[in-house]
Unconditional design. Sequence first.
Lengths: 115, 112
Amino acid sequence: GAVVSQHPSWVICKSGTSVKIECRSLDFQATTMFWYRQFPKQSLMLMATSNEGSKATYEQGVEKDKFLINHASLTLSTLTVTSAHPEDSSFYICSAIAGNYNEQFFGPGTRLTVL
Amino acid sequence: GDSVTQMEGPVTLSEEAFLTINCTYTATGYPSLFWYVQYPGEGLQLLLKATKADDKGSNKGFEATYRKETTSFHLEKGSVQVSDSAVYFCALKDQGYSTLTFGKGTMLLVSP
């Protein structure tokens, strides 16, 4: 089946630093990748949609300068949280779709804790 | 806009009990409907899906039927196990679009 990985699975950083999270499709080429944020006991909030080779489309209310998304290849998208603050602490999940697939495949998530 | 409404949890059941988690939706057109499961500390896994009215999705003993007349996609299982304890998300995807709209999730806790 289609597998999506994320790295790291968890990260702890100091306030003011930047953190990069990778999302990879391991056995398929992902034309589109999505980044979600999930707060404790809440649903997934779509942050942005990224297509390979083009700029990401951000959802309303998501700061594009704070959450930098790069989809440089058909198997890799990165989310960089710049100048992280404690309120950015959350569970970040990516997903990917391939070509005409009608299904998103989700990564295992990355737990970010900003001290 | 599209929306998905799920029953609030947690749902607490004893092992071998019958499970129903209600899900209703609002959408234009003919969406595809999904149930995802999230185990503690993990990402989402697709549990089952249905792409048109009256379709029944099923997997691992779970079932859900796409009911257009009631705009519902309720999740059922005849006999739950402790290992089914997780958060269940109902979601929809409009035709021609790639983004998913999720419900708030329902936590299921199954005790031995």
